[in-house]
Design a protein around this ligand. Structure first.
Ligand code: ADP
Ligand code: MG
Length: 694
């Protein structure tokens, strides 16, 4: 029988395959390129391309594509056949080093936020040799970065790679000071992915799901998630077959899909992979989302990755587990068991605290979208306020350090870094505080604000960059210090004292926290347009340009794209809603009430003093709601039309402050009608039918 080990990674041109198929010197040259960031020689590229092509053709491929991640957040590909004409009407299969290294997709339809208007119209893709090529749908996919000809980035991958390099360099310098052995530093990510699975037949009958990925209308079902009987519950056979199939597809692609379980909301599930190097984790997560949808089709499901497909039950997020490690696999956020390791750990820890505190706005911005606004700051965790959970043990230790008091449970003497070993810090494997947006969980940080449909590229670009910034400052202080241990101690203490306000171990859902956070001066950027507006503040432009992640021009373009994407999303939602109301809901309501009216006339005809309470009351009730709905949808149409008058950020704010409330108003009447109009008259599947199907 074929085992997992037999097919794991069988669709990936990974290190083993390269070792086996490339001449030794070529393999070594490629490794050098990958590990030391050296330029790729064209002869090496030719040899690699040839080996890749042969491998792919043996696996049944006919095409190749440069696989890239434009700023739309999804992946893009343009398939090219390997074929080239040969004499006698025959065909040759070709793939050169040049084709491997560089592609030129027609980039004009990808969002560029004005970059292409100002600069060069064309864009090109460049192979990222640090991420393995793989096969999908009989096509060899080559992970690439996407830039304009004048060098501006047009994708999410390039800034991510730059931020990884920046952080790696800064951590490396710090490790050197501590005398820690490492050749390279890597950032690691493990993204936990939530999703909904509903029946494809129901999906196909809802225009809102088809056009927008979420239900724009829909009354609550009699049952929701209140019994908490879905979380970790036994999997339905159909779902478990789906998960097995999904795991198998992901394993073939070398993705370490590890944990699957039911989530809190009905029909909601989660998949968590084993963590890996950040850029690979990004690629893998993009692929995972794509494969999730594809496998769902085969099983008669629709996989919903929207942040809030259904009102009233939990939405879907993505937990971005993040850490830093050395090339020999030492996790640098693991509290050590020697004094030196502990001092180093605490220094990295307070660097993260400082980064999160000083760049709350950037972190919030990196997870802002129309979809995620239904979670963050709405009635769902985490809130829009960024804070860090450290856990009681670590907080007590840092408090003791700050106050110059003995460290709890350890020693009577006061804590001196470089001298004392920290008490054991328990690893939080159980997510004790599920409400925190940025939680330290024993040996890594878990950034929990990401929406389920997000690329993890941008949030990690931000985390890497801001932590690099703080470590660079730390290095400047420490490298010139006379007494290194004392300087580390002071830095840990002073940084903690200065940024302690960002630490919050309590319940992030509570009203009190909102007030407390305000007292502490923390930001509460409730909506996406508010969050976007912080992107271009001087300190944010500075930090990105200091490390060469984004230029000011690139940031301005991002800003434009983000606002534009937000406005377009709400625009499509508003049009879909008016379409459903005008073409489906109102006709259904009119028909149902006409039936009642005809019935009343007929019955009164037959027996004039019939009371007909149900009919009369219902008719009146429906009439009231119907009129309100009609008025609301007209108002919505007017509000949307007016949006055409504004642009950029003011347009996004307008959608947020005017169009969304108009949609909410229309929805209330619609949902009330849904509860009283006859079942056979209602034009689309209800929440009950979709979420509790048998
Ligand atoms: P939990 O389910 O309690 O959140 P786990 O420790 O199993 O706990 O981790 C969840 C996710 O965190 C997994 O995707 C895992 O791979 C990832 N993870 C664990 N260690 C690291 C690390 N050092 N760097 C990045 N991600 C990590
Ligand atoms: Mg988790």
């Amino acid at each position: 029988m074929e085992t997992v080990a037999d097919y794991f990674g069988s669709l990936v041109f990974n290190d083993d395959v390269m070792k086996e198929r490339l001449p030794k010197d070529i393999y070594k040259a490629l490794k050098r390129t990958v590990e030391d960031g050296k330029d790729l020689d064209i002869n090496v590229a030719n040899a690699v391309a040839n080996a890749m092509k042969n491998w792919a053709i043996e696996k049944g491929c006919t095409h190749y594509t440069h696989w890239f991640q434009p700023m739309t957040g999804i992946t893009a590909e343009k398939h090219e056949a390997f074929i080239a004409p040969a004499e006698g009407g025959r065909v040759l299969l070709e793939f050169s080093g040049k084709e491997l290294i560089k592609g030129e997709p027609d980039a004009s339809s990808f969002p560029s936020g004005g970059l292409r208007a100002t600069f060069e119209a064309r864009g090109y893709t460049a192979w990222d040799p640090t991420s393995y090529a793989f096969i999908k749908d009989e096509t060899l996919c080559i992970p690439t970065a996407f830039c304009s000809y004048s060098g501006e980035v047009l994708d999410k991958k390039t800034p991510l790679l730059r931020s990884m390099e920046a952080l790696s360099a800064e951590v490396f310098k710090i490790l050197k000071l501590f005398g820690t052995d490492a050749k390279r530093v890597i950032t690691t990510v493990g993204p936990e992915q939530e999703y909904f699975l509903i029946d494809k037949k129901d999906y196909a009958r809802r225009k809102d799901l088809i056009y927008t990925g979420r239900t724009l209308l829909g009354a609550r079902a009699p049952k929701g998630q209140e019994l908490e009987d879905h979380y970790f519950g036994a999997l339905r056979t159909r779902v478990s077959e789906y998960m097995q199939d999904l795991d198998r597809e992901l394993w073939k692609l070398g993705i370490y899909a590890k944990t699957s379980h039911n989530e809190v909301a009905p029909c909601q599930h989660e998949l968590a992979p084993i963590f890996t190097t950040t850029n690979i984790a990004v690629d893998n997560n993009q692929l995972t989302m794509e494969i999730m949808k594809k496998v769902a089709e085969r099983h008669g499901f629709a996989c919903l990755l929207h942040e809030k497909p259904f009102a009233g039950v939990n939405g879907s997020g993505k937990h971005n587990n993040w850490s830093i490690s050395t090339d020999n696999g030492v996790n640098l956020l693991e509290p050590g068991d020697s004094p030196k390791d502990n001092a180093q750990f605490l220094l990295l820890l307070v660097a993260v605290l400082k980064a999160v505190d000083e760049y709350q706005d950037l972190l919030r911005m990196s997870v802002a979208s129309a979809g995620n606004d239904h979670r963050l700051g709405a009635n769902e965790a985490p809130p829009a306020i960024v804070s860090v959970f450290l856990g009681d043990e670590l907080t007590e230790i840092l408090d003791a350090i700050a106050e110059g008091k003995p460290v709890p449970g350890r020693t009577k003497e006061k804590m001196q870094l470089g001298v004392h070993v920290l008490p054991a810090i328990p690893k939080d494997t159980t997510d004790r505080n599920r409400t925190s947006p940025f939680a330290f969980t024993g040996n890594k940080f878990e950034f929990r604000m990401l929406g389920s449909s997000f690329s993890v590229a941008e949030p990690n670009t931000v985390i890497n960059t801001i932590v690099a910034k703080e470590l660079k400052e730390f290095y400047a202080v420490l490298s010139s210090a006379e007494d290194f241990n004392a300087a580390v101690s002071d830095l840990v203490r002073d940084t903690y004292i200065a940024h302690k306000r960002i630490v919050f171990n309590g319940n992030n859902y509570s009203e009190e926290w909102v007030a407390e956070a305000e007292r502490r001066g923390l930001m509460n950027l409730v909506s996406s347009p508010d969050a976007y507006d912080t992107l271009l503040s001087p300190k944010n432009i500075d930090v990105f340009s200091e490390f060469g992640i984004y230029s000011s021009v690139e940031l301005h373009s991002r800003y434009e794209i983000l606002n534009d994407e937000y406005s377009k999303t709400i625009h499509i939602e508003a049009l879909t809603m008016t379409d459903m109301i005008n073409k489906q809901v109102l006709p259904a309501v009119i028909e149902f009430s006409s039936e009642i009216a005809r019935g009343i006339v007929a019955k009164k005809d037959a027996m004039p003093d019939m009371r007909l309470d149900a009919e009369m009351d219902r008719l009146a009730e429906i009439e009231g709601l119907e009129n309100n709905l009609y008025k609301a949808v007209k108002e919505l149409e007017r509000t949307v039309a007016f949006a055409e008058e504004c642009t950029g950020s003011s347009r996004a704010h307008y959608y947020r402050s005017s169009v969304i409330p108009a949609m909410e108003e229309a929805r209330t009447y619609c949902d009330q009608l849904e509860l009283i109009v006859g079942q056979k008259n209602w034009p689309y599947p209800t929440y009950g039918e979709m979420l509790f199907y048998v």
